[in-house]
Ligand binder design. Sequence first.
Ligand SMILES: [Fe+2]
Length: 292
Amino acid sequence: MTTTAPRTTTQAFFDPATGTVSYVIRDHATRRAAVIDPVLDYDFRSGHTGTASADRLLAYVRAQSLQVDWILETHAHADHLSGARHVQSQAGGRIAIGEHIRTVQATFRSLYNLERDFLPDGSQFDHLFEDGESFRIGDTEATALLVPGHTPADMAYLVDGAVFVGDTLFMPDYGTARADFPGGDANLLYRSIRRILSFAPETTLWMCHDYKAPGRDSFAWRTTVGEERAKNVQAHDGVSEAEFVKVRRARDRQLAMPVLILPSVQVNIRAGAMPPPAADGNIYLKLPVNRL
Ligand SMILES: [Fe+2]
């Protein structure tokens, strides 16, 4: 799906294995670009990684002769490994995430008993965004918005009048992100959602995930503030914070952990890098037992 706004074009890339939508935003005037939430393929059964998903996105970057300035993560994903390092190795760009990634790093450093050299200071990323921080993609102004709840560090990115919402809202017929991972907070998620829904009703919202919904046969990842306010099954206008939290918590109690949460988070808090090799020169991911 390609959408052209006044200054930019947004190209979406959907990964059916994880239900993740990655984006390339291209600034018309300068051919500068930002990549959002690229995926590194990972086969849980074999432990093999692959770059087919990220390479589709990179093929578009090359075909359009784009210069990648930014690789933006909305948060430390729990359902897929980040392809940020692969994209950076092929196309350059600075890997950025919200500054509260430090909190997430501290939580998971302990959970995984990571090596002493792993510091929960965000230094694994090239840039940490504060809430409300402005940045540029070529000549286009963008703003990083802190939208915690799903995790303490979730960011949304406002670019050229559209919001890339990360894991806050899903499509109106599916609802919202879960809030039960370590550091998740359904009350905060509600307030973050209301912040996004305070933009003008015609504002385009780009989702980070889609899993279809009962009665819908095709994947979708684009909607508007107005549609979400009118129709979001968990967070439409009129749903109070207390009601939302009750429904969200009840739903979260029924959800299994994502298949890739344990391999994903230890890579994603390193900005998509693998852990250092073991003494034999090979790389190992950890599966903590009875910790999550
Ligand atoms: Fe997520």
